[in-house]
Ligand binder design. Structure first.
Ligand SMILES: [Zn+2]
Ligand SMILES: [Zn+2]
Length: 135
């Protein structure tokens, strides 16, 4: 499969595309991701083939960045978390904003040692207290 995959925010103002197949994703259950993604944590995959493109609404993207200029981009209208950025360069996307079924798998759960007490992880992917040791 080498088709275009699309994703968009809750209100639809921002839309992006990239080429499949997607790299395996990762769920992070740390307290920062819970706040940033307003849920059990984050589910993201890395974009490494330079195929990422904004289809529309890039001007509506707001970025909340740290001192290293690594940030989380979200829709300024509906608040959906869409992408991880270094400056204006997108290096990760949130699995929750993908349209249809992108056939992505979760390869691992990280920071499970600090997950919320109500967070019950399903599936058979490996869980790590923090980062996997080979990272
Ligand atoms: Zn939106
Ligand atoms: Zn995290």
């Amino acid at each position: 499969m080498n088709d275009k995959i699309y994703g968009e925010c809750f209100c639809g103002k921002i839309k992006y595309s990239l080429l499949g197949p997607l790299k395996p994703g990762r769920c992070c259950h740390c307290s920062k991701c819970r706040k940033a993604f307003s849920g059990a944590g984050s589910a993201m995959t890395f974009v490494q083939d330079n195929s990422f493109e904004w289809v529309r609404g890039e001007e509506d993207l707001k970025v909340y960045a740290n001192q290293e200029n690594i940030g989380l981009g979200f829709c300024s209208t509906c608040g959906s978390s869409i992408a991880a950025l270094k400056g204006r360069e997108v290096f990760g996307i949130t699995l929750g904003t993908l349209n249809d079924d992108p056939e992505v798998i979760i390869k691992e759960h990280i920071f499970v040692g600090s997950k919320a007490s109500w967070d019950h992880i399903g599936g058979t992917s490996p869980c790590y207290d923090e980062f996997p040791t080979d990272d």
